[in-house]
Design a binder for this molecule. Structure first.
Ligand code: ADP
Ligand code: MG
Length: 258
């Protein structure tokens, strides 16, 4: 199983949209996919059609009570795509775990067991706190959605510093599978310029696929559906299919079989 954390400490950059739609695309290609919602806002859970009333157990139980993740996972309406949902309780987990010695390793411990998935995507909250730290410690690799806006690179350098610290202290194997430029607007010269700067700065790390600003992507969650199912032909869905395809070419070979 390949574990991919989707993180960026900025809110509203497309983490959850990326998590939902890349998960759906991977499931559609036959990968047994697990989406782990690690944001107390639970947007990934809602967006995939699992309402608050259906979330009997959640990532809170996994982290705080060490409930086996298998007992928290729910099937979604999408074949091959399962979800470990999040509830608002999760916002208290950082405080409740503060004295636990293994507090950074709780998610890692739960994802290490023999789970019947080929890939696991972890949707992180918009901060670099203990929840994101758990994701980075548990993950094999990191996918960073980056919104094409003026301060994008500054936020990114802070994130990359955190990655280095995690590599030193908790997870030396943590890689970065790529940076995905999101909410790209071709008519806006600033986003064009930012995209160019990011590419010249980070080169190969940036996925060739950019995700356009597309209203269908923002409408889909209110229907409890991934955009890929809500409107599979819209520009946003097509971009996420291309991103998933590119992601597959970057997957570490030795992990695919495991
Ligand atoms: P994050 O998880 O980083 O906070 P979201 O994925 O929730 O970000 O996106 C923030 C908001 O922007 C949501 O309302 C989402 O529907 C919308 N959104 C995300 N990506 C796009 C896009 N490419 N085009 C238009 N709206 C988008
Ligand atoms: Mg989110």
């Amino acid at each position: 199983m390949i574990r991919i954390a989707i993180a960026n400490q900025k809110g509203g950059v497309g983490k959850t949209t990326t998590a939902i739609n890349v998960s759906t695309a991977l499931a559609a290609t036959g990968w047994r996919t697990l989406l782990v919602d690690l944001d107390p806002q639970g947007n990934a859970s809602t967006g995939i059609g699992v309402g608050a009333g259906q979330r009997e157990r959640s990532t809170y139980d996994v982290l705080v009570d060490r409930t086996p993740i298998e007992d928290c996972i729910i099937q979604t309406s999408i074949p091959k795509l399962d979800l470990c949902p999040a509830t608002v309780d999760l916002s208290g987990a950082e405080v409740e775990l503060v004295t636990a010695e293994d507090r950074a390793h709780r998610l890692q411990a739960s994802l290490r067991s023999n789970l019947a998935y080929d890939v696991c995507l972890i949707d992180c909250p918009p901060s670099l706190g203990l929840l994101t730290l758990n994701a980075l410690t548990a993950a094999d690799t990191l996918l960073v959605p980056l919104q094409c806006e003026f301060f994008a690179l500054e936020g990114l350098s802070q994130l990359l510093q955190t990655v280095e610290r995690v590599q030193q202290r908790f997870n030396p194997e943590l890689g970065i599978i790529g940076i995905a430029l999101t909410m790209f607007d071709r008519r806006n010269r600033l986003t064009d310029q930012v995209a160019e700067d990011v590419r010249s700065c980070l080169g190969q790390l940036v996925f060739e696929t950019t995700i356009p600003r597309n209203v269908r992507l923002s409408e889909a969650p209110s229907h409890g559906l991934p955009a890929l199912i809500y409107d599979h032909a819209c520009a946003g869905s097509r971009a996420y299919i291309a991103l998933a395809r590119e992601l597959l070419t970057r997957m570490p070979e030795e992990r695919k079989a495991a």
